[in-house]
Design a protein around this ligand. Structure first.
Ligand code: HEM
Length: 360
């Protein structure tokens, strides 16, 4: 039987095997230059770069640059300018504690359905989380789209886009055309490109994180902890699974970071997974930094972190009384982020449903 860590590592390596194998092999080098590409593994330079070094948020091969290019610019993900600052302020309100409380009923319906299905037999967590993420994105954007159709469009847009901006050994003919087509399908559902990018950011990370975290919990036998303190376990499982493992960025200026020279235009691969010390059961360094690292740091840190933690805590709290075991998982080979294509859980025979801890 695979341990929780080994099973999760297999998912991580499956989506971009060459890139992630290279990152795993170079993990012990805090900062490593390979030509004009700089791999950043250690938490301290990761923090320094995200909080102190000016980054070119619209450069080619970065998340922001790719998003802007594919959708005509002016997006939240181009991560610059006054429009971006305005969008962030609006988002901070939508995703603060009042906003989360207002969104909760939308995702709770998906969890209620999951719970009743689990009582009847095995359930696949992936479609359940797709519904949860789609319903949340619909509520956040005020869209009238079908939640599952919206989630699928966001997944396809992200998967096609990731293939144009992550490093590859071989050319990818037609990748740019496929990415434009997928972005077009998403903006047909969400015409405001800022809504489209918000849906991409929310759906893909949630769909990567929640099934992996729940499978880890089941394989590691953590259901008692999930029952008594789901919020704390959610924070830890988000660190261990680090759903957005690499942030492709570019240096906007020459800089020195902890003795390492960066040159303007260098392509930076900031390895959030290693900055979060996801490869260790307990962080060797700053535990608070490790817990925040999966969500980025500094001015552009993820505004959806509290929402993601709340959704995972609610999912764990729903599952915990049933103490489900993992029947089968299938890793996705084409998703933007390391994810499951299927994650089948079954209620443990004899698990006596006991009262759930109340949601925070
Ligand atoms: C486990 C779930 C999630 C993870 C691991 C995650 C991770 C990240 C990371 C690493 C970044 C880049 C930060 C940086 O550049 O420093 C980011 C940005 C962003 N995330 Fe998340 N995220 C998650 C969930 C969400 C959710 C649920 C939403 C919205 C509802 C969201 C909305 C955004 C947005 C809008 C940005 C861009 C922020 C900006 O450019 O200023 N994320 N996220």
């Amino acid at each position: 039987m695979l341990t929780a860590r080994a099973a999760d590592r297999a998912v991580y390596l499956r989506s971009h095997p060459v890139l992630f194998a290279l990152l795993a092999a170079t993990r012990r080098r805090p900062v490593l230059r390979l030509g004009r590409t700089v791999l950043v593994h250690h938490p301290e330079p990761y923090r320094e770069i995200l909080t102190r070094v000016p980054l070119d948020r619209t450069a080619e091969h970065t998340t922001g640059g790719t998003a802007a290019r594919l959708t005509g610019g002016g997006l939240l993900f181009d991560q610059s300018g006054s429009e971006h600052r305005g969008s962030r302020r609006e988002l901070a309100a939508l995703l603060g504690s009042d906003g989360i409380a207002a969104l909760r009923p939308h995702w709770q319906r998906a969890l209620d359905r999951l719970e009743s299905e689990l009582a009847d037999g095995p359930v696949d967590l992936v479609p359940a989380v797709r519904l949860l993420a789609g319903a949340t994105a619909v509520a956040l954007t005020g869209s009238t789209a079908d939640p599952v159709a919206l989630a699928v469009a966001a997944e396809r847009a992200a998967a096609a886009t990731a293939r144009t901006h992550l490093p590859a050994l071989l050319p990818r003919p037609g990748a740019e055309r496929r990415a434009r087509r997928a972005a077009g399908r998403l903006t047909a559902l969400l015409p405001d490109p800022r809504d489209a990018m918000l849906a991409v950011a929310a759906v893909n990370t949630t769909l990567a994180a929640l099934p992996r975290a729940a499978a880890w919990c089941a394989r590691a036998g953590l259901w008692e902890q999930a029952r008594t303190d789901a919020p704390a376990l959610a924070v830890e499982l988000l660190r261990l699974t680090a759903a957005s493992p690499v942030l492709p960025r570019a240096a906007a200026v020459d800089a020195t970071v902890l003795g390492h020279r960066l040159r303007r235009g260098d392509r930076l691969l900031l390895v959030a997974r290693h900055a979060a010390e996801a490869h260790r059961d307990t962080p060797a360094g700053d535990a608070a930094l490790a817990a925040r690292a999966p969500f980025g740091l500094g001015r552009h840190a993820c505004p959806g972190a509290a929402l993601a933690r709340a959704q995972l805590a609610d999912l764990l709290a729903v599952l915990a009384p049933h103490r489900p075991r993992v029947l089968r998982t299938v890793a996705h080979s084409r998703s933007a982020l390391p994810s499951y294509r299927r994650c089948l859980l079954a209620r443990r025979p004899g698990a006596a449903p006991c009262p759930r801890s109340p949601s925070p």
